[in-house]
Design a protein around this ligand. Structure first.
Ligand SMILES: [Zn+2]
Length: 259
C-alpha cells in the first residue's frame, strides 16, 4: 500500500468536496503518476501550475511514491525559490481568447456582450473543442471536468459558479479581464466584430419604427446582424453592471440574474 499526503492550495481547494479541503492522506494500491493522481482527485491538470513533491517541483509524469508529500498550487506567482521551478502549465496565452462548451451558452452571450472573444457553438463535440482550442490558442471554459482531464488540453478552466452572472464575474476575476472589456463591440450571435454602419444601409433590415427612432446603427462584419442601442441593450448592461466588479471570496449573495 502506498501512503501519500496531498495538500491543495488556493482555488484548487474549491475543486475538492467540502470537508476534504485540508491535508488529504491517501492510500493507493499502486504508484500513480501525478497526472493519474490529479484525474483520480478530479482536479483538472490545466488548473495546476506547480506541484511540489517533497519540496521539489515535478512534472505530470512524475511517479508519486510511498510517504511522498505533495503540494499543489494554482499559480507559482510570487514564489521565491533559489532553484528554477518546473511549471506544469504551458506559458499563458498572450491574448485572452476562449472557447466555451455546450453548457455555457448564457455565459458566452454575456462575455460577447462585453466584447470578449468567445467561440461557442452548440453541439460541438469535446474532441472538436480541444482541437479548436489548440489551433486557435483559446482557453477552454467548461462545467465538465472530464473535458479538462483530456491529456491534450493545455489551457482550461472549470467554471465553479452555476448561475450565469456569477459565472461571468468569476471568469472576469480569474483571468483579470476587466481592462479588456469593450461592451457593444462584438456580435452576441456569432462572435464577429461589429462596426458602425450608415443608417441608410440598414433601412431594409430593421422595422420602420426602429429606423425612425434611432440614428446610430451597427452591423456584424461576419453574420450581418444589425444592432442599435435600444432599451434592451441598456437594460442588459445595467443588469450586468453590479457584476462588473472584481469577485471577492466569501460573497454569499449578489444581484439578480439576467436571462
Ligand atoms: Zn454576427
Amino acid at each position: 500500500m502506498i501512503h501519500i499526503e496531498c495538500h491543495c492550495h488556493g482555488r484548487l481547494r474549491e475543486l475538492l468536496p467540502q470537508g476534504q479541503r485540508g491535508c488529504r492522506r491517501l492510500k493507493l494500491k499502486q504508484r500513480l503518476t501525478l497526472y493519474e493522481l490529479l484525474a483520480m482527485l478530479r482536479i483538472p491538470h490545466p488548473e495546476v501550475d506547480l506541484a511540489l513533491c517533497n519540496g521539489e517541483s515535478v512534472d505530470l509524469q512524475q511517479r508519486i511514491g510511498d510517504r511522498d508529500r505533495l503540494h499543489l498550487y494554482p499559480s507559482a506567482c510570487g514564489m521565491v525559490e533559489s532553484r528554477p521551478l518546473q511549471r506544469l502549465r504551458t506559458r499563458p496565452l498572450r491574448l485572452p481568447r476562449f472557447i466555451l462548451d455546450v453548457h455555457l451558452a448564457r455565459l458566452a452571450r454575456r462575455m460577447r456582450l462585453l466584447g470578449l472573444d468567445c467561440w461557442y457553438q452548440p453541439g460541438t463535440a469535446d474532441d472538436e473543442i480541444i482541437r479548436l482550442a489548440l489551433a486557435q490558442r483559446r482557453t477552454i471554459l467548461t462545467r465538465d471536468r472530464g473535458l479538462l482531464h483530456q491529456p491534450a488540453v493545455q489551457h482550461g478552466y472549470y467554471v465553479r459558479a452555476i448561475e450565469p452572472s456569477r459565472q461571468l464575474q468569476e471568469v472576469l476575476s480569474r483571468f483579470d479581464l476587466y481592462p479588456q472589456l469593450a461592451p457593444f463591440s462584438r456580435c452576441t450571435l456569432c462572435n464577429g466584430m461589429i462596426e458602425a454602419v450608415d443608417k441608410e444601409r440598414v433601412r431594409d433590415q430593421v422595422k420602420p419604427q426602429v429606423y425612425r427612432l434611432f440614428e446610430e446603427f451597427f452591423r456584424c462584419g461576419r453574420c450581418g446582424q444589425v444592432y442599435w442601442q435600444g432599451s434592451h441593450y441598456e437594460r442588459m448592461l445595467r443588469d450586468l453592471q453590479p457584476w462588473l466588479v472584481p469577485e471577492f471570496s466569501g460573497r454569499s449573495d449578489g444581484p439578480g440574474a439576467v436571462n
